[in-house]
Design a protein around this ligand. Structure first.
Ligand code: CA
Ligand code: CA
Ligand code: CA
Ligand code: CA
Length: 620
C-alpha cells in the first residue's frame, strides 16, 4: 500500500493499521523512544482504558530561537499581543510557523522595532529562520497576531497581520518571499486591530476579511498614555482592563476580486458602533445554512454572534442565541475562541476563554441558533476558574474521533503573585479530554510534564507539524520563547487528514464543511481561517478515527454550494481533494512555480525552493 503523503512511504505495522505515514526515520525512532510509550504498552492498556495523549516540548531541538519581547508592565498595550500563525507558505505539505513579536512601550516610544519571525519546516523536526529572505520581519511597529487566507486565489496562502496601528497584508509571491500589498488592497485599518479571519461570506469564491478592534488607541496616542493606570485586584495593583476606555468598532472588507477590498462594515451590519473590545474572531456555519456566520469574543463586553443573512447582511444574535454572556448573564473578559462539533451531532459549539474568576465558557449548540452555557456540567467550569485564558483549540489529540480541548493561560501582571490565591502570573496550559458523552476530563497533569510548565501564554494553534497523524500544538508566550509541543501519539488510533482545494469555491476552501463517516460515527468539521487567540491553525482538516480501519464516506459541502461524496478511503493517509475532481495528487492542488505572479523579488531558477518543488512533483 502506498502512502499518499509527499516523501513518505514507510510501511510499518501498528496494530490493525495496514499503512501509516511517518515523517522520517527520525520521527519513527523518536516515536518508539517516547518515554511513556513503552510503559503504557507494558501496562496492558485496553480500549476501555485508552492511552492518553502525551505532549513533549521540542522547542529546543526544533532550532526555533524566537523570543517575544513585550512584557506586561504598566500598559494595556503590553498585555495582549502574541498570536502565532501556522502556514504552509511554500506549499511543500509541511507546516511552517510565523511568530508575531511586539515591543515594550518604552521601546516603541524610542522607535525600536522587534522582529517577528517565519520558520521553515525542514521535514525532520527542525525549523530554519527564513524571515529575512521572506521579508516578513517587520509588518508594523506593534504586531498583535493574524490570519491566513488566499486573497487572490493563486494557491499561495497569504498572511494578514493585525497591529496597533497600520495592519499588513502580505501577499505570498510563491517563491519564498512576501510583498506588503496593504495599501493597494485597502486593508491598512489603522485602529488597534486584534483578531482577524478570512471567510467568503457572500460565496462568490473570493475570501473576504473581518478584523476586530480593541480599545480606541492609535499609534499616535502611545506617547500620551499615562505612566501608570492601575486598578486594585484583591489588594494588589494591576494594570486596568479596558473598562471605561473608548472602544473601537470592527471592520469587514469585501474582496473585489482584483486585489482590492471594499470596507462594507456598516452596510453589512458588523461595524460594532458601540465599540466593544473585540479580540478572538472566527467564521463558522453555526446554523448549517451553507453560509459562514461570524463570532467575535469581546473583552469585558457581550460577545457578538452575527448570523449571515445571505444577502450581504448579518444580524447580530448574541443575546438571543445565548452566546453574548455567561449562562448567569455576565459579560466576561473574553479572549480566544474555539469551535467544534464536540458532541458529534453535526452542530458547531463554541468555547470562549475568559479572565480569572470566570470559567472558560462552553456554549453548546442546540440547533436553531440557540446555545446553552454548559461550562460547569461539561466539566470545564471549575477547573478553568483560577486562570486567565487566551488561545484555545479543539483538536482530537488522541485520534479517538472526539475533539479534545486545549487552552493556554497567563495573567496580565506579575503583581498577582502577591495574592495568595488564583493561578499566579505564569500559568500552565490545560488539556481536557472529550469523554464522548458531553463532558470533558481534565488530564492536564497526565499528558506529560511540558504542559505543566507555568507560562505567560497568549496565542496557540494546532497543526500536524511532523505529518505523523498526531496533531501538534504551538504556543506563543509573552516575554520569552514559544513552546512547540509534539503530540507523541501512542494510542494506535487511525486517522485521515484532508487538504482541500476549491475551484469554483475560494482556493483554500475556507468555509468548506467536511463530514467523515466511519461505522455509526459521523464527524463534521470546517476549514477555518483565524480563531483561537489572534492565531491560525492548520488549514488541513484532520479526523481521528479510533480503531476504524477504513473511512466509509467523506462528504464535502463546498462553499460554492456543491456537494461531493468520496467512498471507501484507506486510513492513516493525507489526501488532496480538488473541488469537482475528488482525490487527486497533491501537485494538482498545490500551486506550481509557474503560477507565481512575476515580481522583482522572484528567485532565480535552481534555487533551493525550485529544486524542492521538482523533487516533490516527481514523487506523485
Ligand atoms: Ca512548508
Ligand atoms: Ca467573497
Ligand atoms: Ca479525543
Ligand atoms: Ca504530529
Amino acid at each position: 500500500m502506498k502512502c499518499d503523503h509527499p516523501r513518505l512511504s514507510r510501511r510499518i505495522s501498528l496494530g490493525s493499521a495496514a499503512c501509516t505515514c511517518l515523517a522520517s526515520t527520525a520521527v519513527l525512532i523518536l516515536f518508539a523512544l517516547t518515554p511513556l510509550y513503552v510503559p503504557l504498552l507494558l501496562s496492558g492498556q485496553t480500549q476501555r482504558s485508552p492511552v492518553l495523549p502525551h505532549l513533549t516540548d521540542i522547542t529546543h531541538s526544533s532550532g526555533i530561537q524566537f523570543n517575544h519581547v513585550a512584557i506586561p508592565q504598566k500598559y494595556i498595550t503590553e498585555e495582549i499581543s502574541g498570536g502565532v500563525l501556522l502556514i504552509d507558505y511554500d506549499r511543500d505539505g509541511w507546516l511552517d510557523i510565523y511568530f508575531t513579536n511586539s515591543p515594550t512601550l518604552e521601546m516603541a516610544l524610542a522607535g525600536r522595532k522587534v522582529k517577528s519571525a517565519l520558520y521553515h519546516n525542514n521535514h525532520d523536526g527542525t525549523f530554519t529562520d527564513v524571515t529575512e529572505r521572506a521579508g516578513v520581519g517587520f509588518p508594523c511597529a506593534w504586531p498583535m497576531g493574524g490570519a491566513v487566507g488566499d486573497y487572490n486565489n493563486d494557491g499561495w496562502p497569504d498572511m494578514y497581520i493585525t497591529c496597533l496601528g497600520r495592519n499588513t497584508l502580505y501577499k505570498n509571491n510563491g517563491d519564498g518571499t512576501f510583498t506588503d500589498v496593504t495599501d493597494q488592497a485597502g486593508v491598512a485599518d489603522s485602529r488597534w486591530s486584534t483578531g482577524a479571519a478570512f471567510g467568503d461570506y457572500d460565496g462568490d469564491g473570493w475570501v473576504d476579511l473581518f478584523v476586530a478592534h480593541y480599545v480606541d488607541y492609535h499609534w499616535s496616542d502611545l506617547a500620551k498614555l499615562p505612566s501608570f493606570l492601575l486598578c486594585p485586584l484583591k489588594g494588589v495593583m494591576i494594570p486596568c482592563g479596558p473598562q471605561g476606555l473608548p472602544g473601537a468598532g470592527d471592520s469587514l472588507y469585501h474582496n473585489n476580486r482584483d486585489g482590492t477590498f471594499t470596507n462594507v462594515s456598516k452596510q453589512s451590519g458588523v461595524s460594532d458602533p458601540e465599540g466593544r473590545y473585540g479580540l478572538g474572531v472566527v467564521w463558522s456555519d453555526f446554523s448549517n445554512s451553507g453560509r459562514p456566520d461570524l463570532y467575535v469574543a469581546n473583552d469585558s463586553t457581550p460577545n457578538f454572534l452575527y448570523r449571515n443573512d445571505g444577502n450581504g447582511h448579518f444580524t447580530e444574535i448574541g443575546f438571543e442565541s445565548g452566546t453574548a454572556v455567561s449562562g448567569e448573564g455576565a459579560a466576561q473578559g473574553s479572549m480566544g475562541v474555539a469551535i467544534a462539533d464536540y458532541l458529534r451531532n453535526g452542530r458547531f459549539s463554541i468555547v470562549v476563554t475568559n479572565l480569572m474568576d470566570e470559567p472558560d465558557t462552553l456554549y453548546r449548540n442546540e440547533g436553531n441558533s440557540h446555545f446553552t452555557d454548559v461550562s460547569f456540567p461539561a466539566g470545564l467550569g471549575r477547573d478553568t476558574l483560577p486562570y486567565v485564558g487566551w488561545g484555545t483549540v479543539f483538536v482530537d489529540l488522541d485520534n479517538d474521533g472526539w475533539p479534545d480541548l486545549f487552552l493556554v493561560n497567563g495573567h496580565i501582571s506579575p503583581n498577582v503573585d502577591n495574592i495568595g490565591f488564583g493561578a499566579g502570573y505564569l500559568q500552565p496550559p490545560l488539556l481536557f479530554l472529550n469523554q464522548r458523552n458531553g463532558t470533558f476530563r481534565n488530564i492536564s497533569k497526565e499528558a506529560g510534564s511540558a504542559i505543566q510548565t507555568p507560562l505567560l501564554s497568549r496565542g496557540a494553534a494546532f497543526g500536524d507539524l511532523d505529518n505523523d497523524g498526531n496533531v501538534d500544538i504551538v504556543i506563543e508566550n509573552l516575554d520569552g520563547p514559544p513552546m512547540v509541543l509534539r503530540n507523541d501519539g501512542g494510542n494506535q488510533n487511525n486517522w485521515i487528514t484532508l487538504e482541500l482545494a476549491g475551484i469554483k469555491s475560494n482556493r483554500l476552501a475556507l468555509g468548506a464543511r467536511v463530514e467523515v463517516v466511519t461505522g455509526n460515527l459521523t464527524q463534521v468539521d470546517e476549514v477555518r481561517s483565524g480563531g483561537s487567540y489572534l492565531s491560525q491553525n492548520d488549514l488541513r482538516v484532520h479526523f481521528g478515527l479510533g480503531k476504524a480501519d477504513r473511512v466509509d464516506r467523506v462528504e464535502i459541502h463546498w462553499p460554492s454550494g456543491s456537494t461531493e461524496t468520496i467512498k471507501g478511503l484507506a486510513v492513516n493517509r493525507f489526501y488532496g481533494i480538488k473541488e469537482g475532481a475528488g482525490i487527486v495528487p497533491f501537485d494538482e492542488i498545490r500551486p506550481h512555480k509557474a503560477e507565481a505572479p512575476a515580481g522583482p523579488s522572484r528567485s532565480a531558477p535552481g534555487s533551493r525552493l525550485s529544486i524542492d518543488s521538482q523533487i516533490l512533483n516527481r514523487q506523485h
